[in-house]
Design a protein. Structure first.
Length: 161
């Protein structure tokens, strides 16, 4: 696991464009699964910008960055989160990404657990998204994608073992 230091958003980091696909025409994304232990396991969800659905911080891979590093940057930009991120994905899920002009593409998302140490008071997308801590079961039930919900439930089970 790599500690995520206070990462300053860098404009020179270029996301790998969605038309660069892997496998059988499936676009790849990376995501952070933010978690903490209080009296229970909690998962932070963020709202999507347009539809306000509950999701986890995710985005396109970044040129010159390891996948887990890109996931950590997404967590910082979308939710202001700093912590320790796993270098190996816990799992993956697929969903249909809808673009602004109405077209969509299948996306496969590698999910990297992020043990949250703190949330900044301010971050780049603070005014665009809501963030909220949920109990793991509640998070699994509230995310918009069933595959992501199942992944969160598996993650919660792995923490109990």
């Amino acid at each position: 696991m790599k500690p995520v230091k206070s990462i300053k958003p860098v404009k020179s980091i270029k996301p790998i464009k969605p038309n660069k696909k892997s496998g059988e025409g499936i676009a790849r994304q990376v995501a952070a699964l933010p978690w903490r232990l209080t009296d229970r396991l909690e998962i932070m969800l963020v709202s999507s910008r347009q539809t306000r659905r509950w999701i986890i911080p995710k985005g396109w891979p970044m040129a010159g960055r390891a996948a887990f590093g890109a996931a950590a940057i997404e967590a910082l930009e979308e939710a202001g989160l700093l912590g320790v991120i796993d270098e190996t994905p816990f799992g993956r899920f697929t969903y249909a990404k809808t673009f602004s002009r109405g077209r969509s593409a299948a996306c496969e998302v590698d999910v990297f657990p992020l043990r949250v140490i703190r949330q900044r008071r301010d971050w780049p997308e603070k005014g665009e998204r809501e963030t909220r801590w949920f109990g793991a079961e509640e998070a699994a039930a509230n995310v918009s994608d069933p595959e992501l919900g199942a992944l969160i439930a598996r993650f919660a089970d792995s923490r109990r073992a």
